[in-house]
Design a protein around this ligand. Sequence first.
Ligand code: B16
Ligand code: MG
Length: 218
Amino acid sequence: MKKKAFLFDLDGVIVDTAKFHYLAWRNLAKEMNFDFTEEQNELFKGVSRVQSLEILLDLASYEATQEQKERWLIQKNEEYLKYIEAMDDSEILPDVVRVLNFLHEKNQGVALGSASKNARPILTKLNLIQKFEAIVDGNDVTAAKPDPEVFLKGGEALKIERTDCIVFEDSIAGVQAANAAGMVSIGIGEKDVLHEADYVFADFKEMSEAFLASLIEA
Ligand code: B16
Ligand code: MG
């Protein structure tokens, strides 16, 4: 059996931390007298913390000094980490563990490719860190998704050619990053949002072992 690399995004693919990011950004938005909606939060998926703040300032038409921005970035992350501390492995999204175990049984490469700088503590909290042979996160990259850097580094860490890499992503920017890397992109979410992906599944419950085996054999 061939060895392929399966690169997992974190937020929205392994765990639903998007809701915690949303709560923390919404509280910050209140300080700008801005009502940040869940719909607007879609724009933040897969986007780095610094860029997310820029988008929020733009939405709120708020001009902040560099000092203020730096303070807000710390404040947002401190609040986000409080939600993370209260989280446990019951928050792992459905069938993620089944898919990870199947890939391990088949001796496939498994790595993380996330924009989050909090990826390692989150995976540790979820008792999943040992399932990843390599972790590439927001601390390791200079260019954010849709730039392919995070996934190219993931493939390199596993020493697998980019054409033998498969990416699981819930964000438009992440799907674009996988496509730009020349990898197979699998969207986890809604078909009309992730229409640029090679395949789209609502969640891992929908993904059969026969489908995973076909990716390995392709
Ligand atoms: P942090 P992913 C991304 O993670 C999130 O989707 C995005 O909403 C967040 O702003 C970004 O991580 C940075 O996260 O503030 O923890 O460094 O989806 O690429 O795993
Ligand atoms: Mg994501």
